[in-house]
Design a protein around this ligand. Sequence first.
Ligand SMILES: [Zn+2]
Length: 243
Amino acid sequence: MKAYTAFHSYSVGNQILALVQCQMRGLQPGPINTFPKWKDLGRFVKRGERALTLCMPITCKRREENSDDENTFTSFVYKARWFTLSQTDGQELEPITIPEWDAERAMKALNIERVPFDHTDGNVQGFARGRQLAINPIAQLPQKTFFHECAHILLHTGEGDFADGETTPRNLREVEAESVALVCCESLGLEGAEYCRGYVQNWLSRGSGFDTEAIPEKSAQKIFRAADQIIRAGRSEIASVTA
Ligand SMILES: [Zn+2]
């Protein structure tokens, strides 16, 4: 929540990266911008301040051997280019408003449909089928369940480029979906994070073939990506994607 409030226009991964660096250096977390962007805002970076490092996408071109085709692809690099508000001085900043988040808007943008809950087992909180989701009308934490089922659609049941329901073991699918719910609940300041932690730990401990103490790197990437997609899709403004 702290990272999201300060750095909401950045990806979840970069928000956490920025927050950790602020904490390590004893800096007050706040809006971050590059040197020239701060200049545009009438502020300057204080003498001796060191830039924060974030991960940024770059577009590369690659020419295939024996062919005239040129392919473009995205690669990620770490660059030290950003400064947080407390590292700068100058003109007062306009108060920053965090865009509102709405579930209906998110579903529309993600091409997800809500269907009536027709499961006979009342203990089931919700389910995802293809690009459809249903939430039990008496679910304990309907918003947490919504994020969980959205994550299953984006990562497991839908036909997206990350859909791999067949190949990811059940326990890891649950870890992934609930971790997305955790990141979304925390970022948007909604209740449920405590439940998420217990659920993730429970499914993680049942794993086999990987370290049951840690979430595998590939799953972590999927979790951040899906959480980003869900948060961005539900926001009231199209935030400029800087990193
Ligand atoms: Zn699930």
